[in-house]
Design a binder for this molecule. Structure first.
Ligand code: AP5
Length: 217
């Protein structure tokens, strides 16, 4: 089960990846989470990424590709993984093809289709648990009334890049740099489109059906 979750910011990739990774017992590899952790730990990578992420831009391909190459070589990726937020540019996708040349290729790419107006509402109302990372939404899935995480009791926070102005810039960057990947994987006959406007459980059921196809192939 080697998959890529592709889609604009706020389309639900992280929400679905965390649950499906657990269900299928494979790692969720989120480049955004790896970078955010580096920023919070103040590592060299975090220092390089911080201002780029705050503005809604993309961290350089070289840094991200090196990071993914090292991550995919770890033993927990042997039976599969969900790539969440990678690749994000055509050079990243080409590098992934190169990295996987001598091992198993990607089974398929799940593309989350959601219109821009819905994305902006979802992202400006997104909140996350600072301790366990659970993704909330003030409208559809709010945290408990005391403002704490329902799962672990951790503090709830808003991501720095979820302010409306930054969200709009992230969408602009997405259109320029990441949207062309849809055609890239369509040409490879690996693209599976999911209607991301349906509720979380419906979207999950759709992806589950796609995963069943991969496991039978
Ligand atoms: P990253 O963390 O990857 O952010 P993103 O791709 O912008 O994705 P998001 O996490 O914003 O959205 P999502 O699709 O996961 O949505 P979610 O499930 O949370 O990247 C952050 C930054 O890191 C980038 O801007 C860049 O700077 C850098 N970076 C990362 N990877 C990089 C790379 N490869 N190259 C270069 N730079 C990189 O859902 C959103 C909200 O909607 C939540 O509140 C959720 O509860 C709600 N929701 C989800 N599904 C539904 C549904 N079906 N119905 C109703 N609400 C829903």
């Amino acid at each position: 089960m080697r998959t890529i979750f592709l889609g604009a910011p706020g389309t639900g990739k992280g929400t679905q990846a965390s649950v499906l990774a657990e269900k299928y017992n494979i790692p969720q590899i989120s480049t955004g989470d790896i970078l955010r952790q580096a920023v919070s730990e103040g590592t060299e990578l975090g220092k390089q990424a911080k201002s780029i992420m705050e503005s809604g831009g993309l961290v350089s391909d070289d840094i991200i590709i090196a990071l993914i190459k090292e991550r995919l070589a770890r033993p927990d990726c042997a039976s599969g993984y969900i790539l969440d937020g990678f690749p994000r540019t055509v050079p990243q996708a080409q590098s992934l093809d190169d990295i996987l040349q001598d091992s198993a290729p990607i089974d398929g790419v799940v593309y989350f289709d959601v219109p821009e107006e819905i994305i902006i509402t979802r992202l400006t109302s997104r909140r996350v648990c600072s301790k366990c990372g659970y993704i909330y939404n003030l409208i559809t899935d709010p945290p408990s009334e005391d403002g704490k995480c329902r799962i672990c009791g951790g503090e709830i926070m808003q991501r720095d890049d979820d302010k409306e102005e930054t969200v709009r810039n992230r969408l602009k960057v997405y259109k320029e740099k990441t949207a062309p990947l849809k055609d890239y994987y369509l040409e490879q006959q690996k693209l599976y489109v999911v209607d991301g406007t349906r509720n979380v459980d419906q979207v999950r059921a759709d992806i589950d059906k796609i995963f069943q196809k991969f496991s039978k192939a």
